[in-house]
Design a protein around this ligand. Structure first.
Ligand SMILES: Nc1ncnc2c1ncn2[C@@H]1O[C@H](COP(=O)(O)OP(=O)(O)OP(=O)(O)O)[C@@H](O)[C@H]1O
Length: 231
């Protein structure tokens, strides 16, 4: 089985500048490997560091120590020590991330927000927009909304736009931070189906799902992130 992402002795602590440079240790010596076509769900108490781990795996948080080995275009690359151009290439080609909240440039139409990851990879805009439309349709985003910027959409609509953007490019590695949190049951089931399809195509998936039905439907195994007091 091909290991797509391997976290090796990863630690993350925050330095709180406004609290007299206090050090807040959150992750200590995390080890985790995820294979092709495997979905690992992060488990652990609120505040234990699950989102922090996902953000570190995407490079949004710089690890304090350790390594994050990623299989990127056939090579094994440490995301922690990769130079910025390589990090950008890894994000474009290899790692997709669905954050809890949609962050987009104001005034960009929803269809363009969703198709952008494919255009960044060199796919023709019309082809990218067609795939974006298919995904938006599957996620029950009404067509009349596609030309509008998603900034004023409801929480659940924004989350579905975020998911469409995160899943459009068939990333080999997918990081999902509570993708079903604000969704009704029917939409949550569509999202679980899309994630399952991504896994069948070979994606290695690491996710946070507080909803037990979604978690049970998608998890191959759980990985517990221990709060520091318990570590
Ligand atoms: N940028 C930051 N600066 C300082 N502390 C942070 C930062 N990000 C996270 N933390 C702290 O790290 C700890 C873990 O937070 P995190 O959001 O990763 O937990 P979680 O397990 O995802 O929680 P929940 O299940 O409630 O979403 C918390 O104590 C949080 O305050």
């Amino acid at each position: 089985m091909t290991v797509m992402i391997e976290v090796e002795r990863l630690s993350k602590q925050f330095r709180l500048h406004q609290q007299g440079e206090m050090i807040l240790p959150v992750l200590t010596d995390i080890n985790l490997s995820v294979h092709r076509s495997e979905c690992v769900v992060l488990d652990g108490a609120s505040g234990s560091g699950k989102s922090t781990l996902l953000r570190a795996l995407y490079g949004n948080y710089l690890a304090s120590s350790g390594a994050i080995w990623v299989t990127h275009q056939g090579a094994r690359v440490d995301l922690c020590s990769a130079h910025s151009q390589l990090q950008l290439a890894i994000r474009r080609e290899t790692i997709g991330y669905v954050s809890q909240f949609l962050r987009v440039i104001p005034r960009v139409a929803t269809i363009d927000v969703v198709s952008q990851p494919l255009i960044d990879r060199g796919v023709a805009p019309e082809q990218a927009r067609q795939k974006a439309g298919e995904l938006l349709q599957q996620l029950h985003i009404a067509e009349r909304l596609w030309t509008l910027p998603p900034g004023t959409f409801s929480g659940g609509e924004q989350q579905r736009v975020n998911i469409a953007r995160g899943l459009i490019a068939d990333y080999p590695i997918l990081l999902l931070d509570e993708p079903t949190a604000s969704l009704d049951r029917a939409n949550a089931e569509v999202v679980v189906g899309l994630i399952d399809a991504a896994r069948s195509r070979g994606s290695a998936i690491i996710g946070i799902f507080h909803d037990h039905l979604c978690r049970d439907a998608i998890a191959d195994r759980l990985f517990t992130v221990k709060a520091q007091a318990q570590a």
